[in-house]
Ligand binder design. Structure first.
Ligand code: 2AM
Ligand code: CA
Length: 264
């Protein structure tokens, strides 16, 4: 399956940053035993990856705007196009030597998500999607899973930690979904969670208090794999509200319903 020019640009940036992260990840594993821990080293790895992506994308498409996790918003001459970049999604995993982290790059054209690339360098898994062109894991086409009942489903989520998100709400949601699903998974990288839904590995996913760069590429991936992604109210305000719910048509609908329930 030949890739389009824009996907090629994004893949090149994501894989170059991913290789840099993979080298740093090797060092992080060695630093676990040091008293200070790998914290500073990880911040540098994150910034290095972002620098690589910024350089690659600016060179290939001069003038496009950016929204990046570390730099924030950088306006270019071309306000129609905007990159949404998370150079290291799953930072806590990376810091602890757990090989579940990713680079996530999305492209918006006039406010519409048109392309997404997610790369997990530790597993060398590359996920790509282009609006209207389908979604791929490496070179294999992805489809969301076809399960129809929540009781058969493995559902991913994110659990807020110290100082982040609404803990009471998260516990309530968890309690409601765990009572209806076959299993809950918590990977620690929202970009990969959404990619896993697109790949049919998980049947659904929900999380709140996310940032736009965590989910933009993954949302397009789920849609291009035949799935649905909305905010928890069923609307399209995911990037601004930080809430996302994803799955095939039926599981997405069941999840929305379950997430509205009070605790019985
Ligand atoms: P990060 O690894 O880039 O921080 C984990 O549930 C998911 O939430 C990850 O994708 C993580 O991205 C994201 N997240 C968003 N905002 C966060 C924050 N302030 N602290 C920790 N994780 C955050
Ligand atoms: Ca992130």
């Amino acid at each position: 399956m030949p890739r389009s020019a824009i996907i090629n640009v994004m893949v090149q940036a994501a894989m170059k940053a991913g290789r840099s992260l993979a080298r740093d990840f090797g060092e992080v594993q060695n630093l676990q035993v040091s008293l200070k821990g790998p914290g500073d080293y990880v911040s540098q790895a994150d910034r290095r990856a972002e620098e690589i992506i910024h350089t690659e994308l600016s060179r290939a498409r001069p003038g496009y705007s950016f929204l990046m996790e570390e730099r924030g918003a950088v306006d270019g001459d071309d306000p129609q196009h905007r990159w949404l970049v998370d150079p290291l999604d799953g930072t806590t995993n990376f810091l602890h030597g757990i090989p579940i982290f990713s680079v996530s790059i999305a492209l918006e054209r006039q406010g519409t998500l048109v392309a997404g690339v997610i790369y997990n360098p530790a597993m060398d898994e590359l996920y790509t999607a282009e609006r209207g062109g389908g979604a791929f894991l490496n070179d294999r086409r992805m489809r969301v899973a076809a399960r129809r009942e929540l009781t058969d489903c493995v559902i991913g989520t994110g659990i807020p930690h110290l100082g982040r998100g609404h803990h009471g709400r998260a516990l309530l949601d968890l309690r409601n979904v765990m009572g209806e699903a076959a299993g809950i998974r918590r990977l620690g990288s929202a970009a990969l969670d959404l990619a896993y839904v697109a790949a049919g590995r998980m049947d659904g996913f929900w999380e709140d208090a996310l940032s736009p760069w965590d989910m933009a590429a993954g949302i397009l991936m789920v849609r291009e794999a035949g799935g649905f992604a909305t905010d928890r109210n069923g609307g399209q305000d995911m990037l601004d509200s930080g809430s996302v719910v994803a799955g095939n048509e039926l599981i997405h609908r069941s999840l929305l319903k379950t997430l509205q329930k009070p605790v019985s």
